[in-house]
Design a protein around this ligand. Structure first.
Ligand code: FES
Length: 113
């Protein structure tokens, strides 16, 4: 029977490497071997989303944050930073895990085991 599992992939060696991406920005696109993500930093909180807006499948690069929402640069749709929901749509959100040996991103996969 197929089960959904979260596969964790190392994105960064440490928090400094992650913070270096942001400079003065709050949203950056990061491409890695496991995908292309929009990373958001709000204060001490970090969020990771698929770099694709569910409205017209355009990239979220250039998005901005207002309060608790991510705002797509194309048509200004607002999506919750907490769950990715907005306008009856859903931006795919990924969990981040901070461990001593690095920062991991979790992606759901189907598995037989
Ligand atoms: S493509 Fe994002 S709001 Fe339209």
């Amino acid at each position: 029977m197929l089960k959904r599992k979260i596969k964790w992939s190392l994105l960064f060696q440490d928090k400094q490497e992650l913070d270096n991406l942001f400079q003065l920005k709050e949203c950056v696109v990061h491409k890695s071997f496991v995908g292309e993500f929009l990373l958001v930093k709000q204060g001490e909180d970090y969020y990771a989303f698929k770099n694709k807006c569910p409205h017209q499948n355009k990239p979220l690069e250039g998005s901005r944050v207002e309060g608790e929402h991510l705002i797509c640069p194309w048509h200004q749709y607002h999506f919750s930073l907490e769950d990715g929901r907005g306008h009856g749509l859903y931006v795919e959100k990924y969990p981040l895990k901070f461990e001593d040996e690095g920062i991991y991103i979790g992606q759901e996969k189907w598995s037989l085991f």
